[in-house]
Design a protein around this ligand. Structure first.
Ligand SMILES: O=C(O)CCC(=O)C(=O)O
Ligand SMILES: [Fe+2]
Length: 297
């Protein structure tokens, strides 16, 4: 499949280590505006860490942008990874549902990324997982603030794609989000990094990549988003022409050590409403009231 954006080096990096990092995808000034607004929504003073009561917050999304216009390089790279724009459900939008790490574990000694750290998971708390699931075509980390080492950068297990691929291939009946034994899965991984960078950077990851929240020892607020990108159809590991496999599909086949696979789910696909979303409904009104009081709404 001809690519329009990624270099051969980026392609190989994605296939071997499950991610590509794209720098400077949107202006830092825009990131600053969005994150300033987040602090108004939270009712916290950005410049006074003493007001940051909750250290871990997953905000709801109030506003959305179309990625094609907002961060065109990300759109182009996503098309390359997923096998072309016609395979992606559009519009592909990002929201302001920030995941804030305002000093998680700042009171504990720094633990580098390893299988012993708690909280490893595969994203997708809103569907039952199959090897070919279309609900989460890619995992995305959008950096809305600068993230220095030990400053809250998400931990990534770069060699987790083959591990998760084997597990899902063994479970054609599907795996519900709470049924994964992530501790056992991440125990098979050895290549760990911290996703650091600057506001405006974006990491596109294979949807199977295991990752975990890190501690934030930097004293600065860390805000990211994790928007999913949906495929129009489930992945297909049995395409007639091998050049039609997307890079995401190729990474799975490489992980399983096969050229092709006739994967057929044996149970219906299922959507799940996560507790996270149920809780967020109540938060939206409070955030809107704070924006209105600040004259920002
Ligand atoms: O906070 C982070 O660094 C990661 C968050 C995450 O992976 C999630 O909310 O699914
Ligand atoms: Fe996650």
């Amino acid at each position: 499949m001809p690519l329009k954006f990624l270099t051969d080096e980026q392609v190989e990096h994605f296939l071997e280590r499950g991610h590509v990092t794209l720098r400077g995808c949107f202006p830092r000034e825009v990131a600053r505006e969005w994150t300033n607004r987040a602090f108004v929504r939270l009712g916290y003073d950005r410049n006074d860490a003493a007001t940051w009561q909750e250290k871990r917050i997953h905000m709801p999304s109030l506003e959305h942008v179309d990625v094609k216009e907002f961060a065109p390089a990300v759109w182009d790279a996503a098309c390359d990874l997923l096998g072309g724009e016609e395979r992606i459900q559009q519009p592909y939008r990002w929201g302001d549902g920030f995941i804030c790490n305002l000093g998680i574990g700042a009171d504990r000694a720094w633990e580098p990324p390893s299988a012993q750290v708690k909280g490893w998971h595969k994203d997708g708390d809103f569907f039952c997982h199959f090897l070919d699931s279309p609900e989460q075509g890619l995992l995305t980390l959008v950096l809305w603030t600068d993230i220095a080492p030990q400053g809250g950068g998400t931990f990534v297990a770069c060699d987790s794609v083959p591990v998760v691929a084997r597990f899902l291939a063994e479970h054609p009946e599907g795996v519900r989000p709470n049924e994964f034994d992530f501790k056992e899965l991440v125990g098979q991984c050895h290549d760990f990094i911290e996703a650091t960078g600057e506001a405006g950077d974006v990491v596109l990851l294979h949807p199977y990549v295991l990752h975990a929240t890190s501690q934030n020892h930097g004293g600065l607020a860390r805000l990211i988003t994790n928007p999913p990108i949906h495929l129009r159809e489930p992945m297909n590991f049995n395409r007639a022409d091998a050049t039609d496999f997307s890079l995401v599909e190729r990474a799975v086949l490489r992980g399983l050590g096969v050229e092709k696979l006739d994967f057929v789910p044996t149970a219906p696909r299922e959507r799940i409403v996560p507790e996270r979303v149920k809780k967020q409904q109540g938060v939206i009104d409070a955030e809107k009231a704070r924006l209105a009081a600040a004259g920002v709404a």
